[in-house]
Design a protein. Sequence first.
Length: 119
Amino acid sequence: MHFSWAMKLESRANKREHWGKRHRRDKEQKAIIRDLMLAKQLQLPGAPWRILLTRVKPHDRRIRFLDGDNLQASFKAIRDQIAASLGFDDGDEQVATWSYAQAVGPDYGIEVEISEVKP
């Protein structure tokens, strides 16, 4: 299963903002992911899964890649919703392995790829 969406992800770890603003952004991101996963209605491969979350940034030298911990933190709400949509807790390592990547594209976006882990 693979899908992408135009969405700007920012580092949550160092961002100083009111908790209400963060809550609204998380709620919006979760709603988008929930709706995308419902709309896809694709057959999922058997568990366990490898879930690759990719942050896409525009080709602009002023916009930097995030370091590893900030990259993972920027996907927190998205990861939570993917796990909830698939019916498991995102901390359950027997069900899924989470991987993170970054890429350059024409604009901001995210890509989600869910594949079967083969022994």
